[in-house]
Write a protein that binds this ligand. Structure first.
Ligand SMILES: Cc1ncc(COP(=O)(O)O)c(C=O)c1O
Length: 367
């Protein structure tokens, strides 16, 4: 079978739980969502996870609850998916792009510090490819200037920083459970909050602003509420949660397999001419959503690997030049360097040992 670049894992338990949920005919948000949230905190150490319908919803809701509004500035890296920037624009706020480490694509704290103004309200570090950002430095800058930290952890489920899981370090952390992420619910996401009051607000505002758990039913059979603010239809449904719960069963094994594949590449590809391996700082653990190399003559590299049956791809290109963000070509030198050389090879639990050997041989054969 051809080697896949991305792989979607659906465990037998996910199929069985989804079937049982369908048969129950309770498909909207219910007990499966609660079970999924409990499992995310019990098994993966996420803090107050609220299950939502996408990672984008999680990012947006975090900015809403952080009170980011029109004219406010939010600092983010260009090296991300467009969703991170769009969440800022949805609030009428201004995305301000800071530079990234040319080796990892992660935000450079010193560039964040240089971009802070009196209008800055939040900073959104993106754990690119699954490698945690320099969170201590970013938290320091944020607390000095009173900024909310919203981590975009779409690539980082299972990653750890200084021994703690991503999902409990900052005021907000957003995850994605979209089809090609480590853990999928089809589409879905989660927003974690370290502050209990924020967490309560997320629970209410993910469903129009109505606090389901605490709004009584009238004798007419209608829930009683009087909304004074906008809410959203961002909740996860029970069918998606059933898929997520089932897929959580073997998540640790699948993550371990990714880490093993990454370790094999790091070993077997070290010293290959014209190629630099992803850095692995010892104080943090990547979730390895991508295995991103930096290579010379990238198009030749992609063509050579394709001719040997190995898919390689650039994921994703910088977002700051999109017209929705003003279309300005910002002079971010780390980003420019990362942009020219980054390319990824497959890293996922669907790769057999023979596939991994084929990828290694294909790279070592040269381009
Ligand atoms: C870095 C990053 N942030 C946010 C998102 C958005 O997540 P979702 O597709 O679940 O809305 C993605 C998605 O794919 C992403 O890669």
């Amino acid at each position: 079978m051809a080697i896949e670049f991305f792989h979607t894992s659906v465990s037998p338990e996910a199929v069985s739980l989804a079937t049982r949920t369908l048969m129950s005919t309770w498909l909207s948000e219910g007990r499966r969502v609660k079970e999924f949230e409990d499992a995310l905190s019990d098994r993966l150490g996420l803090v107050n996870p609220a299950a939502l319908n996408s990672g984008t919803s999680a990012l947006h809701l975090a900015l809403v609850i952080a009170n980011v509004g029109p004219g406010d500035e939010v600092i983010l890296p260009p090296q991300t998916f467009i969703a991170t920037g769009l969440a800022i624009v949805m609030q009428g706020a201004v995305p301000v792009f800071a530079d990234v480490d040319p080796c990892t694509g992660n935000l450079l704290p010193e560039s964040v510090a240089a971009k802070v103004t009196s209008r800055t309200r939040a900073v959104m570090p993106v754990h690119w490819a699954g490698l945690p950002c320099d969170m201590d430095d970013i938290q320091d800058i944020a607390s000095r200037h009173g900024l909310a930290v919203v981590e975009d952890a779409a690539h980082a489920l299972g990653a750890a920083y200084h021994g703690s899981p991503i999902g409990g370090l900052s005021r907000f952390t957003a995850f994605s459970f979209q089809a090609i992420k480590h853990l999928t619910t089809g589409d879905g996401g989660a927003l974690c909050c370290t502050d209990a009051n924020d967490a309560r607000q997320v629970m209410a505002r993910r469903w129009f602003g109505i606090d389901r758990a605490n709004s009584p039913m009238s004798v007419l059979g209608e829930r009683e509420y009087d909304l004074d603010t906008v809410g959203y239809k961002y909740h996860m449904n029970d069918l998606a949660a059933a898929v997520g719960l089932g897929n959580l069963q073997d998540f640790p094994q699948r993550l371990a397999r990714r880490r093993l594949v990454a370790a094999r590449y790091l070993d077997a590809l070290s010293g290959v001419h014209g190629l630099e391996l992803p850095p692995c700082p010892s104080d943090r653990e990547s979730a390895w959503w991508l295995f991103q190399l930096r290579v010379d003559r990238r198009e030749d590299f992609i063509r050579a690997l394709a001719s040997r049956g190995v898919p390689a791809s650039v994921v994703h290109q910088r977002i700051d030049r999109n017209r929705v963000f003003g279309g300005v070509r910002s002079d971010l030198f780390g980003q420019a360097e990362f942009d020219m050389r980054q390319v990824s090879i497959p890293v996922h639990e669907g790769l057999s040992d023979a596939d991994v050997a084929q990828v290694v041989d294909a790279v070592r054969a040269g381009w």
